[in-house]
Design a protein around this ligand. Structure first.
Ligand code: GAR
Length: 191
């Protein structure tokens, strides 16, 4: 069984969807650790409620990215983690973690990559006036949302769509797509 860590910075609704899928038995994995870079984030409460240990840190307490990623790595190794799932973790992964976990880190992004990478993908899609956007699950490399695409799902933008309504539609898709894609990945790749 895969031992995964979930990295998150915010509300953690995707974290919750993965926890729920593991508890329901539809995602065959153990969640060994939450890694969170925002001490006030709601995702920390979700981890506590689910009985999942958390490593919470502030980047500014460390000299640089290498220093906090080394600390993260120690926690990952102690928890026996062999696969990393980014779920709203708003930082680029650096060389330290890429060297240890390269090819075993995935991310979810709220657009059809390569369109609208980076921050505020939902706002970017509305601003561009496109009628179709969506969700992408992809491997993580050193770039900003540039890794190999694993799965995508379309979300249509309706007339009169607001940021809130589009965000809700996208998150609804994410909460289904991420656990299903992870389970498929684990079954088919032997991770
Ligand atoms: C999700 O919509 C995720 O796709 C996005 O952050 C949100 C986190 O929500 N990630 C990115 O934009 C990454 N570039 P959550 O904390 O409720 O899961």
């Amino acid at each position: 069984m895969r031992q995964i860590a979930i990295f998150a910075s915010g509300s953690g609704s995707n974290f919750q969807a993965i926890v729920d899928a593991v508890q329901a038995g539809t995602l065959k994995a153990n969640i060994g650790l939450l890694v969170c870079d925002q001490p006030g984030a709601f995702v920390i409460h979700r981890a506590q409620s689910a009985g999942i240990p958390a490593f919470v840190f502030r980047a500014k307490d460390y000299e640089n990215k290498q220093a906090f990623e080394r600390e993260i790595q120690r926690h990952l190794e102690a928890a026996g983690v062999d696969f990393i799932v980014l779920a709203g973790y708003m930082r680029l992964i650096g060389p330290t973690l890429l060297e240890s976990y390269g090819g075993r880190i995935v991310n979810i992004h709220p657009s059809l990559l390569p369109a609208f990478p980076g921050k505020d993908a939902v706002g970017q899609a509305l601003e561009a006036g496109v009628k179709i956007t969506g969700v992408t699950v992809h491997y993580v490399d050193a770039g900003m949302d540039t890794g190999e695409i694993i799965e995508q799902e379309i979300v249509r933008i309706s007339i009169g769509e607001t940021r809130d309504s589009l965000q809700e539609k996208i998150q609804h898709v994410e909460h289904h797509l991420y656990p299903v894609t992870l389970n498929h990945l684990f079954l088919t790749t032997g991770y």
